[in-house]
Design a binder for this molecule. Sequence first.
Ligand code: CAA
Length: 300
Amino acid sequence: MIAHGIRTLGVLGAGQMGTGIALVSALRARVPVLLHDRSQDQVTKGLAFVDKLLEKDVSKGRISSEEAKEARDRITGVDGVHAMRDVDMVVEAVSENLSLKQKIFQQFAAELSPEAILASNTSSISITKIAASTMPEGVSASSDAGKKTAGRVVGLHFFNPVPVMKLVELISALQTTSDTLDRARSFATACGKEVTTSKDVPGFVANALLMPFINEAIMCLEKGTATRDDIDTTLKLGMNHPMGPLQLADFIGLDTCLAIQETLYAGTRDSKYRPSVLLERMVDAGWYGKKSGKGFYEYN
Ligand code: CAA
């Protein structure tokens, strides 16, 4: 059997992250994927996006049309977590909301095989808290059953756009077993990613560094230090960043940036992570960035 032992993968959430994870798993790791989202429309949109990306890969000569067809045939939309009961691993990629993730992981623990790895693509929420939510009432954390249940929870943090970005951050909860970590790392490698490891601290490595940077850029704009375009151009041309921080914030989603910053601020109680008022107001206005058509920039 392959090192990671993942014969079938479940992906919960068919937004930009979940769809990308489904694609690299089917195309690179060549694993059958069951994709679910509470919105069927989102699954349909996600699969259409997968078709588009595979067609582009074929037209650029990166894969053959047979490989594209095989990858596409490996992804199936399903109507609930119950349909994932036989998967060897599931990756949750829903919005950054602790109580939502806790409910989902309770459902995973109740409905999936006790051997399945339960991974979260969270950008900043404590994997230890998510793992704790899988413990059935009355089961002791020191019992074999308790260790096994929470020990299969792990953070597997992909980056957007998933098919392009080469990194996965691997995060161990206090409870995660070494076997779970090894298999999750091996699976991410099979998806064609480099893997870095982070402790379970708010924001892990990536967002503990990225979010204060984005927030400082928003504060620069708020204070009138420079215009939107001058802030972004400074970072693009002065530091060779592919996108300026304001454009990147739009790309990630301003609601997601705010949720991550709130988790960082609450988790560290350090004022350096306090979200800017402008970011809060933009989210209040429903200006979520690229996905809603308006953020710091406008999108058609
Ligand atoms: N999905 C899949 N592929 C995409 C894509 C998407 N959403 N957007 C762009 N691409 C692909 C394009 O199709 C193109 O592929 P080809 O080479 O096959 O043509 C390639 O990316 C380059 O795209 P473009 O030529 O259109 O534009 P670009 O050169 O400006 O690159 C970019 C676009 C790759 C997004 C680049 O601007 C970039 O790297 N930006 C920074 C992205 C980044 O920092 N991501 C991390 C965000 S943080 C995060 O995700 C984690 C978190 O927790 C918040």
